[in-house]
Design a binder for this molecule. Structure first.
Ligand code: GLC
Ligand code: MG
Length: 249
């Protein structure tokens, strides 16, 4: 067995099936001890909502936390975001101008203050409205020269991020920092904000059996033999996929 980089989304990917989670945690802790495997959480949650989840669930301490849809990285439980990553997100990012531009769209409902972050502006938007609003919003931001990325997840969450920020790009940053090959990296997810994890290079990918339609649709349109669609849900699906790729036995 060799060390690998394990990256997982939290809600409805790592978390959701508590018995499988306990079994997976044991395997990962052991692998980290024996082989130096790195464990990374890549979540849409802010550090505040991540702390809430930590209180509710049995989560092992990650080597790095990628929070706020890839726009913040915290190493070894630190509460100070990595400055090197933020420096990459800064060019072209104008938070105030983005908020002003979104004010014209009545269907966009601001998410709670805790989820408005230095490099992330987030709204709730119904699926019905999204069809019309997303293309218009995209155009409007472009016309104002605002270089952003829109990520729509689970038929409700809209995140506006810097062009160079998302979960997948944050993982590329970690890979180069830790010097880990794409083929020794495995990423796991269930919804729209995880698509970037699967669409970088040749990272091994595990799509849990309970994945949302937007990720399944993306997977159908972009098939790859290094992406595995699990049968089992949440941590059960991750265990299945790690076995499939031979990362654990
Ligand atoms: C998490 C975040 C929220 C974000 C969503 C989808 O729920 O708290 O702000 O919109 O993930 O990325
Ligand atoms: Mg999720």
């Amino acid at each position: 067995m060799k060390s690998f980089l394990f990256v997982t989304d939290l809600d409805n990917t790592l978390v959701g099936e508590s018995r499988a989670l306990a079994a997976l945690n044991d395997k990962l802790v052991q692998h980290r001890e024996e082989h130096g495997t790195k464990i990374v959480y890549a979540t849409g949650r802010s550090p505040l909502l991540f702390a809430e989840l930590q209180n509710e669930q049995q989560l092992i301490e990650p080597d790095a936390l990628v929070a706020s849809v890839g726009t913040e990285i915290y190493f070894n439980g630190s509460d100070t975001a990595d400055k090197g990553w933020w420096d990459k997100l800064t060019p072209g990012w104008d938070r105030e101008a983005i908020i002003a531009a979104t004010a014209h769209f009545a269907d966009l409902v601001m998410q709670p203050d805790s989820e408005q972050r230095p490099y992330k502006v987030s709204f709730l938007l119904t699926e019905d409205s999204a069809r019309e609003v997303l293309p218009q919003l995209k155009k409007s931001l472009q016309q104002q020269g605002l270089d952003t990325k829109l990520i729509y997840s689970a038929g409700i969450d809209l995140d506006i991020l810097p062009r160079h920020g998302d979960k997948g790009l944050a993982v590329q940053y970690l890979r180069s920092l830790w010097d880990i090959e794409a083929t020794q990296t495995v990423v796991c997810g269930d919804s729209g904000n995880d698509i970037s994890l699967f669409s970088q290079t040749e990272e091994r990918g595990i799509i849990v059996g309970n994945a949302k339609s937007e990720l399944l649709q993306w997977h159908n349109e972009n098939p790859a033999d290094y992406h595995y669609l699990a049968q089992a849900f949440c941590a059960g699906g991750i265990l299945e996929g790690l076995n499939h790729f031979g990362f654990i036995e």
